[in-house]
Ligand binder design. Structure first.
Ligand SMILES: [Fe+2]
Length: 465
């Protein structure tokens, strides 16, 4: 029997009411995680120079930028620098300063841009708020002529107050004490509050004052809301190059270092179609306009997820074809609180040459449940990692290490004179010990779901060893 117009109308109305109720229920359940910002506790910054960090916004071969904090801009912030080429003299720079107010208090931020430095030279510096001086710290400029360099890559930190992330940072630094920089993949802090920023700096200690820090923002550096907002302290701590897309200056950017271009996308800043297209257009232009031998993209959210219930199809739709077209070598990500390596993703254009290697990693005490995707060649949960990359004219050597320094994953991407790529892997088989369900999974899932997890894991292990 055919439905009459009245019945059709009633069915339509029932569907709409159902959708509306479902939307309300989802928003109600997700309210806290999507929209709620816990109030920032009151804080009082110290008058002494603190949270000193070194980075670079200009030409990496001859410049460095130093930022730090204090409690007031009523006294001049200054930086003194010396080095071998100063013939025993010291040069003093006046800092640019500003007060940054948040709901919990106000801090003074200072910045000095050091320029015309010499490649390979070691410099000593200290900073002052008025007449309150910091200790002296050293940094060494990379060798301009040398096309070999190393860097440390750290995933999400999101440490608790008085946490243990510092142990991991220092372990990483001990294994490559001459690293040219440290790269953070976002979510360095649990919440955009002064106390969590303080915790991150405490964990870094002298490392952040001596090794340049590069970073891409994660969702935890953003204030939640219908439109999310990057915490103002991001820009104040990290004076990154202003070469990004118009609406993402200092958040999305690129650095050229020796033979490598490192491109940072602000994946959490993609909150609408125009913001997505703006970053895509910019990415295309910076991929097109470089002759660097190696291209590394850093973005907090990965294209290929390692975590159950997560999928970033919109990022694949936006960026994958560009990564293929411009032969991006590595995409370094975080966000999923587990480790994964995807190195056999066919190019959209369909040739079978080695393509982009996608990495997800983390350094957080928080761990998420693994998704046993056939895209992943290597997986781990329940462990924190650090990564060391050694870059030369013809290879990038990548190593991932567990907290005690044991190698977990390793591979080398090589390019011959014609730019033809090959990848070789270290013999480090996948290990069931790193593939166990998390405590949270065991607590919140039925026996049947746990059995399903174990079956999926065993099958994945069989296929990937
Ligand atoms: Fe995240």
């Amino acid at each position: 029997m055919e439905k009459g117009p009245k019945m059709k109308h009633t069915t339509k109305r029932t569907i709409w009411v159902g959708v509306a109720i479902l939307t309300i229920v989802v928003i109600w359940i997700k309210w806290d995680s999507w929209f709620y910002n816990p109030p920032e506790p009151v804080y009082h910054p110290s008058p002494e120079p603190g949270r000193i960090l070194i980075s670079w916004s200009g030409d990496a071969t001859n410049s460095r930028d130093v930022t730090w904090e204090g409690d007031t801009i009523n006294h001049q912030g200054t930086l003194q620098v010396t080095g071998k080429s100063f013939n025993g003299d010291t040069t003093t720079y006046n800092a640019k300063s500003k007060i940054l107010k948040t709901s919990g208090g106000a801090s003074a931020f200072f910045r000095v841009a050091l320029r015309n430095l010499n490649g390979g030279e070691t410099y000593q510096y200290r900073v002052a708020n008025g007449n309150l001086w910091s200790d002296w710290y050293s940094f060494k400029m990379g060798n301009v002529k040398d096309s070999t360099f190393s860097f440390i890559y750290i995933g999400d930190v999101q440490d608790s107050i008085n946490g243990s992330a510092g142990k991991l940072f220092h372990r990483a630094s001990e294994s490559r004490p001459d690293a040219d920089f440290m790269l953070f993949i976002g979510d360095m802090i649990e919440r955009p509050h002064d106390a969590y920023w303080g915790e991150w700096f405490r964990s870094g200690g002298n490392l952040f004052r001596t090794i340049p820090i590069l970073a891409t923002p994660g969702n935890h550096e953003y204030h939640k809301g219908v439109i999310q907002r990057l915490d103002e302290r991001w820009m104040a701590h990290f004076p990154f190059p202003q070469n990004g897309p118009e609406n993402f200056k200092g958040r999305a950017c690129y650095w050229d270092y020796q033979n490598t271009r490192i491109i940072s996308l602000d994946s959490n800043g993609i909150q609408s179609l125009p913001s997505a297209l703006e970053q895509r257009k910019w990415l295309k232009s910076v991929l097109e306009n470089t002759h660097k031998r190696w291209i590394i993209v850093i973005m907090h959210h990965p294209l290929y997820s390692t975590s159950r219930g997560r999928d970033y199809f919109y990022l694949r739709t936006l960026f994958k074809s560009l990564f293929d077209q411009y032969n991006v070598d590595l995409v370094l990500s975080g966000h999923d609180h587990s480790y994964g390596r995807a190195a056999h993703i066919p190019a959209d254009q369909g040739d079978d040459k080695p393509g982009t290697v996608y990495i997800v990693t983390h350094a957080s005490p928080k761990v998420y449940d693994l998704k046993f995707s056939d895209k992943m060649d290597k997986l781990a949960s329940n462990t924190q990692m650090y990564q060391i990359l050694d870059v030369s004219a013809d290879s990038i050597k990548f190593g991932a290490f567990t907290t005690n320094g044991s190698p977990f994953d390793g591979f080398t991407i090589r390019k011959d004179a014609a730019g033809i790529k090959s990848i070789s892997y270290q013999q480090l088989p996948n290990n069931a010990k790193y593939l166990m369900p998390t405590n949270r999974f065991l607590r919140t899932n039925s026996k049947k779901d746990i059995e399903k997890y174990n079956l999926e894991r065993d099958q994945w292990l069989k296929n990937n060893n």
